[in-house]
Design a binder for this molecule. Structure first.
Ligand code: XMP
Length: 328
């Protein structure tokens, strides 16, 4: 049997009962694979790594060590949620590393999008490998690989994962990939059954390089801060309007050019914020939803009054193709 092919006999996990059955079976498989060993996991807070963490906590408890790296490009409140859910609520062994300065220093002055992605991916691996080297007696590495990752291992843009670990580290570990044959909707069912909060389980997709590909061109701390605030407002207002889960992905972008504004008779020269919202099935093609005008206006008003250094808000109407979902 090819381990990379989902058996035809495997049930699609569509409800709580099937998710519970999957968890029970997986937990005993994990215990059999890991025995008395220890496992390491890079926990980004995304759905896949979060579900793997929750499964491993259930299977091996404190023999799992999670490492959460804040690369400084997370959305507002994201690292805090990871710490709250996994450390406080689930009692996980969690190492939190705030590597913000390290990432932002490396990215300083770099404007080419693929170069930015490569730096973020490589730095992430360096930070993770440094921590991994400090741990003793860990011989398993958990990964949130899911079935579409296996099916589409080649993408248009460089995607980053812990896959590219340096040889000395990679050779030490046996991989543990408990959701590798599941589709995204099934991973979500399993996450809910494991008791993860629905805001985590139904989190919209977020690229590995995070806000780094939405703070266009060379990242600066002021624009990054404006982007993080604007993005939080977009998410909050979508939730207030009952649109959470009704639009596939929605976010803000801050470009690296300014435009003229006026306030109290004085001219200002500030950043625009671009709003992006798309619906898609597989992210290969995407359409732009006709958002309610009141929602667009509310988001615009809030960004213009609450976010420092922004004087204009735009809504991107471009479908994919020709435009990609992300701007970089
Ligand atoms: P594009 O921009 O290619 O995006 O239309 C398609 C989907 O993939 C996400 N995306 C990424 N995810 N690392 C990721 O993990 C990346 O480098 C990356 N680039 C794009 C994007 O958010 C969208 O959902």
């Amino acid at each position: 049997m090819d381990p990379n092919v989902r058996p035809e006999t495997m049930n699609r996990i569509t409800n709580r009962e099937l998710a519970d059955a999957f968890i029970e079976e997986k937990v005993s498989e994990l215990r059999a694979q890991i025995g008395g060993g220890k496992v390491l996991l890079a926990l980004s807070g995304g759905v896949d790594s979060s579900v793997v963490a929750a499964l491993l906590i259930r299977a091996v408890g404190d023999r799992l060590t999670c490492i959460h790296v804040n690369h400084g490009l997370m959305r507002k409140g994201e690292s805090e949620q990871v710490i709250d859910v996994f450390k406080r609520q689930l009692g996980a062994n969690l190492i939190f590393i705030d590597a913000t300065d390290r990432f932002l220093d490396k990215l300083e002055g770099v404007s080419e999008p693929e170069q930015k992605r490569k730096i973020i991916g490589a730095e992430f691996i360096d930070v993770f490998a440094e921590e991994a080297r400090k741990l003793e007696g860990v011989s398993f590495l958990g990964q949130g690989t899911i079935y579409p990752d296996i099916l589409e291992s080649k993408g248009v843009k460089a995607h980053h994962n812990v896959g590219g670990l340096p040889e000395d580290i990679a050779a030490r570990f046996e991989l543990v990939e408990p959701v590798r044959l599941l589709f995204k909707d099934e991973v979500r069912q399993v996450g809910l059954a494991l008791g993860l909060p629905s805001s985590m389980v139904f989190r919209q997709p977020f690229p590995g390089p995070g806000l780094g590909v939405r703070c266009l061109g060379a990242i600066t701390r002021d624009r990054l801060a404006a982007l993080r605030e604007a993005d939080a407002i977009v998410r909050e207002e979508f939730a207030n309007a009952g649109m959470e889960g009704k639009v596939w992905q929605y976010f803000a972008i801050v470009p690296d050019f300014r435009s003229t504004g006026v306030e109290n008779g004085k001219r200002r020269f500030d950043w625009p914020v671009i709003l992006r919202a798309v619906n898609t099935v597989d992210a290969m093609t995407a359409t732009v939803p006709e958002l309610d005008w009141a929602l667009l206006k509310k988001i615009t008003d809030r960004i213009l009054t609450e976010v420092k250094g922004v004087c204009r808000v735009l809504y991107d109407l471009s479908p994919k193709p020709i435009a990609t979902i992300e701007w970089e």
